[in-house]
Design a protein around this ligand. Structure first.
Ligand SMILES: [Zn+2]
Length: 320
């Protein structure tokens, strides 16, 4: 076995509620192997942790069999993550409660391990390798069932004092708005997440729709000129613009990268959102608003970056 720098890889896992995206990634950011495995969260957190360790161990073994040297492990998980202690503190969809995932991985694989939050590492990847590349200050906003963000400065995502930085979905945008999953009315997430857009459309359409309409379909119907869809879409755009304007007031970033399912609406989202954000800028400098570039690989690539950072390796090309 050789340990020339070009043979080094990190083991990266992005653990979601339904599936795990896994990869071996070289320090230059090149992915040499990918795997997907079901999370099967219904089995309970202990079984999920067992699968994470098996998959990570299996990838390290495959790397060695190919003549590569695994040097570290990076794992991204959803929920509340204490990155400093390497603990998966809480997760609604995977069921983690204070799981010391970093120590368990170190014990099992004998490799330095970093644990990160899925949206924060996704932001890290977009900022360093994706749509935010070349700009030092990036706000990555993932819009799917919920809305969460990562503020990345010079290639590092802020974690917060309690591991909960970036909860932009719970910025209050409509005090008289619908109740959010967090319990408070009027959060951005309750107005403009993909789930909220579908719900709002169904609510206003009443009995005229019999199947749930997704946010993507609302965008499509709005573009086709349907008045109700247009109204719902515009409401969501206005709420998002309010949330992003707050984000810009706080962080003064060069680039806002939109990811998650809703960003797949492309220009149907970006064009009106740019205009609505522009209207809200007074003395603030207007950020570039762009769609994410890495798709659903961002979390896995971000986990790899975290692993590389943990062992002090930054070989990939990051232009700023
Ligand atoms: Zn909320």
């Amino acid at each position: 076995m050789s340990d020339r720098p070009s043979d080094r890889v990190v083991v990266a896992l992005d653990v979601g509620g339904t599936g795990m995206k896994c990869a071996l990634v070289r320090p230059d950011g090149v992915v040499v192997r990918t795997e997907r495995h079901p999370t099967d969260a219904a089995r309970g957190p202990a079984a999920v942790v067992g699968t994470i360790l098996d998959v990570a161990g299996g990838l390290a073994d495959k790397a060695r069999a190919d003549g590569l040297t695994p040097i570290a492990v990076g794992i991204a998980v959803p929920g509340v993550v204490d990155e400093a202690r390497g603990v998966a503190v809480w997760s609604a969809n995977v069921g983690f409660r204070d799981v010391p995932l970093r120590d368990l991985t170190v014990k099992r694989l004998g490799l330095p391990t970093a644990l990160g939050h899925d949206v924060r590492v996704g932001g890290l990847a977009e900022a360093r390798l994706g749509a935010g590349r070349g700009t030092g200050h990036v706000l990555f906003v993932a819009i799917g069932t919920g809305i969460a963000a990562a503020h990345v400065v010079d290639g590092t995502a802020a974690v917060g004092a309690h591991g909960a930085a970036g909860e932009i979905g719970h910025i209050l945008v409509r005090p008289d708005g619908p109740r959010c999953g967090c319990g408070r009315p009027g959060c951005l997430e309750a107005m403009a997440s993909a789930a909220a857009i579908g719900r709002r459309y169904a609510e206003l359409a009443g009995e005229t729709v019999d199947a749930p309409v997704t946010a993507a379909e609302v965008a499509e119907r709005a573009a086709a000129g349907e008045q109700l869809a247009g109204q719902v879409w515009q409401e969501a755009i206005e709420a998002l613009a309010d949330g992003l304007a707050s984000g810009q007031a706080l962080f003064d970033v060069a680039t806002i990268v939109l990811g998650g399912g809703l960003a797949q609406a492309g220009d149907r989202l970006l064009t009106p959102l740019r205009a609505a954000l522009h209207e809200r800028m007074t003395f603030h400098r207007e950020p570039q608003l762009v769609a994410a570039a890495l798709g659903d690989e961002a979390g896995c690539l971000g986990a790899a970056l975290l692993a590389l950072d943990a062992v002090g390796v930054r070989d990939h090309q990051e232009k700023r």
